[in-house]
Design a protein around this ligand. Structure first.
Ligand code: HEC
Ligand code: HEC
Length: 263
């Protein structure tokens, strides 16, 4: 082939274009390698070498409630499915979502907090757990759902009353039960995406897994908890209806009006 100015330019441009992604890949590989070390030190015992949740620890907890035997396992990262997100149902979580989970841990589940691990190491381990599922190279995380300030009517008697009606009307009671004890008509038959029995949250039992303030409750039923039967109500409820349901949940949790600091 005759070398023309044009083809030289193309070759030069090609060389320049190649350099950029190559360095990005090298930086990624370094981060992933660092993340693997963090994973081996802090996560592998539970989440397993292959990231399939089958570490040496095995079952984290086994108990019986409302006649259902619950066996709780560490998350299987190969499914690329996550419960605690700010993103709509069906979408991957953001890095900030994963950082929150890794940093704070998940209450009542045996997933510990990793506040003692440096921020750089926590970010690296997040890059590493993404290597377990192809979803992370095929898809982008969703756009976080914006949650506004908690309206002042949240927790008022009128809002709790409206929330209670909605809680019945849209079917929360089917799983969580009319009195919020997690013993609704469907509760005994629920399975998660891995085929394991799972119980709906018992609102009278104390803290939620991922924060117990009004915004946390709102986020739970707007995003849904992917991989569990807990659905997303993003499409079916108005903003006001959402906050009324929050009021009712807080009332069942006997939290009353949210503290000013949580608004
Ligand atoms: C003692 C066991 C244990 C250790 C150690 C542990 N985890 Fe977990 N992890 C769990 C359990 C159990 C769950 C599932 C909790 C649930 O679904 O309620 C979980 C869930 C998760 C989730 C999924 C959250 C979601 O939104 O679905 C992520 C991400 C995670 N762990 C990351 C990590 C990372 C990273 C480390 C190490 C830095 C780690 N875990 C260490 C037990 C553990
Ligand atoms: C089909 C059954 C089902 C329906 C309907 C349902 N939930 Fe759930 N919900 C669940 C299950 C199962 C869990 C437990 C998930 C877990 O522990 O991982 C849950 C958990 C929760 C949690 C606790 C989240 C946490 O961080 O621990 C809240 C709050 C909640 N649901 C609110 C609602 C509200 C409000 C509605 C109605 C708008 C509703 N749910 C409808 C099954 C359901």
């Amino acid at each position: 082939m005759r070398t023309t100015v044009g083809s030289l330019l193309v070759m030069l441009l090609g060389a320049v274009l190649e350099v950029v992604p190559a360095t990005a890949v090298a930086a990624d590989a370094k981060l992933v390698a660092q993340g693997k070390e963090v994973y081996t030190a802090h996560c592998v015992l539970c989440h397993g070498e292959k990231g399939d949740g089958k570490g040496l620890t095995g079952i984290i907890a086994r108990y019986q409630k409302h006649g259902v035997v619950i066996q709780l396992y560490p998350r299987d990262f190969t499914a690329g499915m996550f419960k605690f997100r700010t993103t709509p149902t069906g979408y991957l979580p953001t890095d900030a979502d994963l950082l929150k989970t890794v940093t704070e841990g998940i209450l009542r589940s045996g997933m510990p907090s990793h506040e003692d691990v440096s921020l750089a190491d926590r970010k690296a381990v997040i890059a590493y757990i993404k290597t377990f599922s192809p979803r992370w190279t095929e898809e982008e995380p969703g756009e976080p759902i914006k949650i506004g300030k908690v309206p002042s009517y949240v927790g008022t008697a009128a809002s709790v009353k409206r929330g209670k009606e909605l809680y019945k009307k849209v079917g929360c009671f089917q799983c969580h039960g009319l009195s919020g004890k997690g013993d609704g008509p469907s509760s005994a038959t629920l399975k998660d995406a891995w085929g394991d029995a799972i119980l709906p949250f018992d609102f009278t039992s104390g803290a939620l897994k991922m924060g117990s303030g009004p915004v946390d409750i709102y986020r739970t039923f707007v995003t849904g908890l992917d991989g569990t039967p807990m659905p997303s109500y993003e499409e079916s409820l108005s903003e006001k209806q959402r906050w009324d349901i929050v009021s009712y949940c807080l009332a069942v949790m006997q939290q009353g009006k949210p503290h000013l600091a949580e608004r």
